[in-house]
Write a protein of this length. Structure first.
Length: 355
């Protein structure tokens, strides 16, 4: 990821933590041969009034309990492990961590949990933390928007997400671990990420972020962690010859850990088609206009070198972070080529022709 989410945005996580505790207590009661409490009786006092507004919770909770009632003790132990394990953030992102899925072994329990937590996820837009004037989702949206200086999706750095405004539609709130596979994390803010519409609907969808294309456990970023990916055009050949445009090379650091993220979000293809091939000639025009407006004559190579050195410092003013990084990297390559005693004249001629 190019940047990460503020952990403060997960503070109002009482809906998920309450549901998980209620289900855990019901499973423990069944294990001891006792009758679980009713749903509303299980909810802690501070949240009773909010849960009471959501009329489907008791029935969905009851359906979950009934699917667990006839099971063997060992099976209920597996459910307890899944309930905790699917919410073990950030430990579950480790490549050797188990995924704790139960869809294959206990499909009816999985489906009951999914129904409950999908309903709970929808209620994030309605319920308010006691004492707050905003819904849980509204508060989350404000905190994330304030944290992201560019307002861009951190998975691509190319798509602006809508700002908090009553006249605008909130950005997609993606289940980082898909609710279809990890239902117990379906309302956990630690598993939810505001995401650009294209990234969410066209690329990620319900793909399992923890698995690679061979369905093996893969390296995975923690969206609320501190690890960021850097991007450059190191290795690009600007003038490959034969009248061809640049032979682009994209360098991500870290490389291996970012591989699955890049695959799921089709980053290389999107960057090549939508940014590099589409915009690099426009960038060159930006450069020539800049040089002219600043009175720098690029007809001579020394003038071109002076102009490039000054112009590349403006590239980080691009509003889209990924475009800013690529543009700065592109002109760093141009500057190196101009200063190359062997290929400098060729690059200078290319800049003059592009003007």
């Amino acid at each position: 990821m190019f940047f990460t989410y503020p952990i403060a945005a997960t503070n109002d996580n009482w809906l998920s933590s309450t549901l998980l505790a209620v289900l855990h207590d019901a499973l423990v009661a069944l294990q001891h041969g006792e009758e679980p409490l009713g749903f509303q009786a299980s909810v802690p006092e501070p949240y009773k009034s909010e849960f009471a507004r959501c009329h489907k919770f008791p029935a969905l909770y009851g359906a979950f309990v009934e699917t667990c009632r006839p099971l063997q003790a060992e099976q209920r132990d597996d459910i307890v492990l899944a309930l905790a394990g699917q919410n073990q953030f950030p430990e579950l992102f480790a490549i050797n961590a188990p995924s704790h899925g139960i869809a294959g072994t206990l499909p009816t329990v999985h489906d009951a949990a999914r129904s409950l937590f999908e309903y709970a996820f929808g209620k994030l837009s309605d319920l308010k933390t006691p004492g707050s004037g905003e819904t849980v989702r509204g508060r989350y949206h404000h905190l994330v928007h304030d944290h992201f200086a560019s307002g861009c999706c951190p998975f691509c750095g190319l798509e602006i997400m809508e700002a908090p405004d009553p006249d605008l539609v909130d950005p997609d709130l993606d289940h980082y671990l898909a609710v279809s596979k990890y239902p117990f994390a379906g309302a956990n803010l630690r598993n939810l990420t505001a995401m650009g519409t294209n990234c969410n609907r066209s690329y990620k969808g319900a793909q399992d972020i923890l698995l690679d294309e061979q369905h093996q456990k893969a390296e995975c970023f923690d969206p609320y962690g501190n690890e960021h990916v850097t991007l450059s055009l190191d290795g690009t050949v600007l003038l490959p010859g034969g009248g061809a445009g640049p032979a682009w090379a994209l360098t991500f650091d870290p490389d291996l850990k970012s591989l699955n993220w890049r695959r799921i979000f089709k980053l290389e293809a999107r960057i090549r088609a939508n940014v590099l091939e589409k915009q690099y000639q426009m960038w060159l025009k930006h450069f020539t206009v800049y040089a002219k407006r600043n009175g720098i004559d690029i007809a001579g190579k020394d003038g071109a070198i002076e102009a490039i050195a000054k112009f590349k410092a403006t590239c980080d003013m691009e509003s889209l972070p990924t475009v800013a990084r690529l543009k700065a990297s592109f002109f760093a390559l141009v500057e190196n080529a101009l200063n190359d005693p062997v290929g400098g004249d060729r690059m200078h001629n290319f800049l003059i022709e592009s003007a």
